[in-house]
Design a protein around this ligand. Structure first.
Ligand SMILES: Cc1ncc(COP(=O)(O)O)c(C=O)c1O
Length: 375
């Protein structure tokens, strides 16, 4: 029966990824080297700015916080409605997360942030929830006024272009992407950070390689420095050539993969938007959005329970994005404010399967089972 299961999310891999990995293995230089540099160069042209590749989206966030000069006991504002990695990155540096609420589309809202907090916080992390980008102009303006650094957790939104075709065409401070196994492109595990300031770009290159000054450029030639100098805390956070090889193939296939994600999003939206006043899809139709997950809100909780039961009976996986960070034991002590929309989205949402290997038959099956519950 396992073969008939419709999966919530999965990587889409094939011969192209296999061939690139074999090439990287054949080169026998497996760490951060020329293949990782090639991937980094391709990301630079895709994003229109300098990208620093690392071994996970979580590392990207930790390094971004460090170059934003966040350290012990500094306050970082972050939505509670995010994957727990966002909050872990803050506490990894000994800093204090201040969990804030979101609007009913899952985006951080400045309305919830008090004047007092805006004077105390060192940084703010926004999350481009589900692949829908948050409009950043207002946050960046507010943050600069208050001398707060802005980190965009764009783990869900690599490739989304709602507000500009590339990062070079819009304002930003620090943007972090994830390339883990189920993301819009994958390197198995991986991520990257884009920094606006060239000073931050240089620091990032060093601290992802244990803080060794200028070692990235040696590694691009598949070598290393034998007279290292270190001036700040660094991390073993670089991306390996093997992981980067997968990324090269994925970038090449990205337009095909993303048009499939968009098409699935359109099929869901068109069927669900007028189905019932008890249901609301969160992701609108927009050419610039690549849906990463597909959360929908079900207002009636009995109905939601029935949908979950029906999905389980029919071997359709579903998700709950996200179990709010402030409810986790480790983070509950940081819960200082009412997070009613966060709680509401968690209680009332269910995420439908979203990945580019879903077939049209899978989508029909999912939608038939879902719509049956509204008759
Ligand atoms: C919103 C968000 N932030 C950060 C991360 C962490 O990325 P990674 O899994 O690559 O460490 C994820 C991964 O799922 C995520 O969904």
């Amino acid at each position: 029966m396992i073969n008939n299961k419709i999966r919530l999310s999965k990587s889409s891999l094939g011969i192209h990824e296999q061939l690139e990995v074999i090439k990287a293995l054949d080169s026998e230089y497996l760490g951060y080297g020329s293949v990782a540099k090639q991937f980094e160069d391709q990301l630079n042209s895709f994003l229109g700015t300098s990208a620093c590749v690392v071994n996970s989206g979580t590392s990207a966030l930790i390094l971004a916080l460090q170059v934003a000069n966040v350290s012990f006991e500094d306050i970082v504002i972050v939505p509670s409605l995010t994957y727990l990695a966002t909050a872990q990155a803050i506490t990894a540096l000994g800093a204090i997360p201040f969990f804030c609420d979101v609007d009913l589309n899952g985006h951080l809202s400045l309305d919830n942030i008090s004047e007092e907090l805006s004077h105390k916080a060192k940084a703010i992390i926004t999350v481009h929830y589900a692949g829908v980008e948050m409009e950043m102009t207002e946050v960046l303006k507010w943050a600069r006024k208050n001398d707060i650094r802005v980190i965009e957790d764009a783990a869900h939104s690599f490739g989304s272009t709602q507000y500009s075709s590339s990062l070079s065409k819009r304002d930003f401070d620090l943007v972090c992407y994830s390339f883990d196994g189920i993301k819009n492109i994958t390197t198995a595990e991986g991520g990257c950070i884009c920094a606006k300031s060239s000073e931050d770009q240089i620091r990032l290159q060093d601290i992802r390689l244990l803080g060794v000054k200028g070692d990235s450029s040696n590694r691009h030639l598949n070598t290393r420095t034998w007279e290292p100098n270190v001036t700040e805390q660094g991390w073993r956070a670089h991306l390996s050539n093997v992981n980067a090889a997968i990324g090269l193939a994925q970038l090449n296939r990205s337009s095909e993969m993303w048009s499939r994600r968009r098409k699935i999003g359109i099929s869901y939206f068109n069927k669900l938007i007028n189905l019932s006043d008890q249901l609301r899809p969160i992701i609108p139709i927009n050419e610039g959005i690549i849906p990463h997950i597909y959360p929908i809100i079900i207002y009636n909780l009995d109905l939601l329970d029935n949908i979950c039961i029906s999905f389980r009976e029919n071997f359709i996986e579903y998700g709950r994005h996200y179990y709010p960070c402030h409810k986790l034991d480790y983070f509950s002590k940081y819960n200082k404010t009412s997070l009613s929309n966060t709680n509401y989205i968690f209680d009332h949402s269910i995420s439908l399967p979203m990945h580019c290997d879903l077939t049209d038959k899978d989508i029909d099956n999912i939608l038939n089972i879902l719509t049956r519950e509204f008759r």
